[in-house]
Design a protein around this ligand. Structure first.
Ligand code: ZN
Ligand code: ZN
Length: 403
């Protein structure tokens, strides 16, 4: 299971980031599954080492253009390639009508079978080796997060052990392999589990976009190997995130921490954090890492092979101690769910309330208040005394500022 990011920008493409798409390569079956298909995804595929002809399934999170405007072009090109026999597309209600309209009005005929599935929360695909489930996230229109889970594999069967004990070749080996207990003609019994290594845990990948912090993302991502979560905004833009129902870096990190995933990738960045701007994606990374250390930034063409079994990091040091960043105190293994939402909102609200109070008491505008809070976030203020010295006109002790 190898992930390739094909687009990591939100809304519009930038010079270095295309709009949303993630490819999951399953080498054992020579298939690629796509998650979202923003405009020019097929161009990105051409620039990658992925083969478009291997695309077998496309999972669409929601109907916003930055997630679907590349779909029809890609489907058309797959038809011209002449090597595709079937593509299954999964997505929210109205995706089927969108595709049907595009096919009709552009007079497009696909020479392969295109099957469009309307998803609901729950299982959307399963074939014994892989299961795909989805959950409704919290965005301005219905948006689904997806989880791909690989089935556990039976552990290695030690045939030499069975041979050494004189167990005759044949169907008995098959039974031992399955962990069953067998009895030989001479009366000896053997427990198959003693001949097999423990089963290898299947790998999993979760893709959550677009959404503000939500419980269903936490539930979908439980114990996943990799969580890809949108982080459209930095923590200081939490107001915007709530207004537009997108996530901040810290919301994504909180989902990762509560779900106890192994690795978090941030993606779907606002163009306002492009290189040269005052706040950049590296700042978003630092914010997220303060809550969930094993966080990485996605960028276009970044590839990540999900490690199997023992290669995978076993320990998840998800401990958030970043109150100076408006974060929340988390302990590993702490109870999750309902408490999360209740804890998240005040953490964000502190900033909002603080800024409003500062504006009133100082007679400054929102941008200046933000700048002061930003300095505090960057730990340039280490103590209340320093703030009092720099901004003596503020009655700091009456403000809701935590250090
Ligand atoms: Zn989007
Ligand atoms: Zn959206």
């Amino acid at each position: 299971m190898e992930i390739t990011f094909l687009g990591t920008s939100s809304g519009v493409p930038t010079r270095t980031r295309n709009v949303s798409s993630v490819a999951l390569r399953l080498p054992q079956r020579k298939e690629i599954w796509l998650f979202d298909c923003g405009e020019a995804t097929q161009h990105q595929l051409l620039r990658s080492d992925l083969r478009t002809s291997q695309i077998r399934r496309i999972f669409v999170t929601h109907m916003h253009g930055d997630h679907i405007f590349g779909l029809m072009g890609l489907l058309a090109s797959c038809g011209l390639a002449g090597t595709v026999s079937q593509i299954d597309v999964y997505g929210p209600p109205t995706l089927d009508r969108y595709i049907a309209s595009c096919l009709r009005w552009s007079v497009m005929r696909l020479p392969y079978k295109l099957q469009v599935h309307t998803v609901e929360a729950g299982e959307v695909f399963s074939d014994g080796e892989f299961t795909v489930t989805c959950r409704l996230l919290h965005h301005r229109i219905p948006a689904f997060g997806y989880r791909v889970t690989e089935s556990d594999r039976p552990g290695r069967f030690h045939v030499e052990k069975a041979q050494a004990l004189g167990i005759p070749f044949g169907p008995l080996y098959g039974q031992l392999k399955q962990g069953k207990t067998i009895t030989l003609a001479d009366g000896r019994t053997f427990d198959g589990r003693n001949f097999c290594d423990p089963p290898q845990r299947g790998r999993s990948m979760v893709y959550c976009t677009d959404t503000v912090f939500c419980e269903s993302a936490v539930e979908l991502a439980q114990q996943a190997d990799v969580l890809i979560h949108e982080a459209t905004f930095s923590h200081q833009e939490a107001d915007l995130a709530f207004a537009r129902l997108h996530s901040t870096s810290t919301m994504a990190a909180q989902v990762a921490a509560f779900a106890q995933v192994k690795l978090l990738f941030l993606t779907h960045f606002s163009a306002r954090y492009a290189p040269g701007n005052p706040v950049q994606v590296e700042d978003l990374l630092a914010e997220a890492q303060a809550i969930f250390p094993n966080t990485r930034l996605a960028h276009d063409f970044l590839q990540y092979e999900i490690p199997r079994g023992e290669d995978a990091p076993q320990d998840n040091p998800a401990v958030a101690i970043a109150p100076e960043q408006g974060g929340i105190l988390l302990k590993r293994g702490e109870e999750t769910t309902v408490a999360v939402a209740q804890k998240t909102a005040p953490a964000i609200a502190i900033n909002r309330a603080t800024r409003q109070q500062m504006q009133q008491k100082l007679g400054i505008d929102a941008a200046t208040a933000n700048a002061i809070l930003e300095r505090r976030r960057q730990q340039k203020f280490t103590c209340l005394e320093e703030l009092e010295r720099l901004y003596p006109q503020v009655a700091w002790e009456t403000l809701n500022v935590e250090f």
